[in-house]
Design a protein around this ligand. Structure first.
Ligand SMILES: Cc1cc2nc3c(=O)[nH]c(=O)nc-3n(C[C@H](O)[C@H](O)[C@H](O)COP(=O)(O)OP(=O)(O)OC[C@H]3O[C@@H](n4cnc5c(N)ncnc54)[C@H](O)[C@@H]3O)c2cc1C
Length: 358
């Protein structure tokens, strides 16, 4: 089967890689450069505890499946691509903002999740100022998401996939009610199946209800002698991720259309929140500042599956967790396109979409 995938983020690349491994002919169309969308802007956390406490069960189950897949997925990808993705399974410390939050954390503790008092928190992260303590989660991890997208690109190409950068899909054609081709300014790509994995831009192509949610991130560099935190640290309105000698501080959350400009207000807010947790960050220098667009659906859950148009699939709406979900989405969407699996009804794109080509 020939599959045309629209979008070379971690979703499109991961699914494309799995489909190539299964013997499909796969072309990925990317309007800019691979891995340059949200997959570039992300902080790379595999935040299975911190991000998903309020999520409905199907999404938590997806997160747990993905989290369990990550170590083997990273090893397989590194082997296939010859590139490191820097999977770090160093855990995360979730600090309580007040006594009420600490109580909620107490109710979540159990198994490998344990409550830490202020002294234990400080022992885990010596940079902390005063804190109320919080929840320690050894199951949290993070990867270098930019390295991940590069490794996926290489693995996909080495597996024989075709990747066309700087070629935007502008229209999906149907024949006899089936998706049959993707049109671009340069030509037409016939397809047995078409997958829309265009991140926050998916709704520009078809009537897919995915909106962009802007997030700004800053990176701080330590003065000489200062040591980065080992684990990821979560506090009020902020998370701090150690990455290659810098501390990433994220992220703002704003519906601002497709604007990816960085703002002084965003920078100040992120710095202030991080310095409240770790006062000595005041002497760290700002070394980078960027913004990206998370793809969000109306109910906040991913859209993973077919549409009412035969042969037309969507993998989108991963919102804040598309890096975490990547290994599960890659395998499960490839199986679905190959007709070997069905979609979880909670993620079925048809909950929002009619026949896109009626
Ligand atoms: C600031 C920020 C922090 C985040 N932190 C985390 C985190 O710590 N952990 C986590 O799990 N997730 C995180 N996320 C979310 C995560 O980045 C996304 O959910 C994930 O990257 C989505 O992947 P994707 O492949 O669907 O989209 P993208 O990576 O955005 O890729 C979509 C691609 O489609 C291309 N495209 C768009 N339209 C077309 C077209 N018409 N034709 C061809 N190509 C097209 C785009 O150019 C882009 O390259 C974060 C996101 C942001 C913005």
């Amino acid at each position: 089967m020939k599959v045309v995938i629209i979008g070379a983020g971690v979703a499109g690349l991961g699914i494309g890689w799995r489909l190539r491994q299964a013997g499909c002919s796969v072309t990925i169309l990317e309007r800019a450069q691979p891995g340059g969308g949200a997959s570039w802007a992300a902080a790379g956390m595999l935040a299975v505890t911190a991000e998903l406490e309020d999520s409905p069960e199907p999404e938590r189950a997806l997160a747990l499946r993905a989290s369990a897949l990550w170590p083997a997925f990273a090893a397989e990808l590194e082997e296939a691509s010859g590139r490191a993705v820097f999977l770090n399974q160093g855990g995360a410390l979730l600090l309580a903002g007040d006594a009420a939050e600490l109580e909620v954390m107490r109710s979540r503790a159990g198994g490998d999740l344990r409550i830490v008092d202020p002294a234990q928190a400080k022992a885990l992260v010596p940079l902390l100022g005063g804190s109320l303590g919080g929840l320690w989660s050894p199951r949290e991890a993070h990867v270098d998401n930019r390295a991940l997208a590069e490794a996926l690109t290489i693995a996909f190409l080495k597996a024989g996939g075709v990747l066309n950068p700087n070629e935007a899909a502008v229209r999906i054609e149907t024949r006899g009610g089936r998706a049959s081709a993707v049109l671009t300014p340069y030509g037409r790509h016939d397809a047995g199946a078409v997958l829309i994995a265009a991140g926050a831009w998916s709704g520009l192509l078809e009537e897919i209800p995915i909106v962009p949610v802007k997030g700004e991130v800053i990176a701080l560099s330590p003065p000489s002698g200062a040591v980065l935190p080992g684990p990821v640290v979560w506090g009020e309105h902020v998370y701090c991720v150690p990455r290659h000698g810098r501390l990433l501080i994220g992220a703002t959350v704003e519906e601002a259309g497709f604007d990816t400009s960085v703002t002084q207000a965003g920078r100040k807010h992120l710095r202030a929140c991080a310095e409240k947790l770790m006062p000595s960050l005041k002497s760290w220098s700002l070394s980078d500042h960027w913004a990206g667009l998370r793809p969000k659906s109306p109910d906040g859950l991913p859209l993973l599956g077919g549409t009412a148009t035969a042969g037309l699939f969507v993998a989108g709406g991963q919102y804040r967790n598309g890096i975490l979900f990547a290994p599960a989405i890659a395998g499960e969407m490839a199986d679905l396109i190959l007709g070997k699996a069905t979609v979880d009804p909670a993620f079925d794109p048809r909950r929002f979409l009619g026949d896109l080509h009626e």
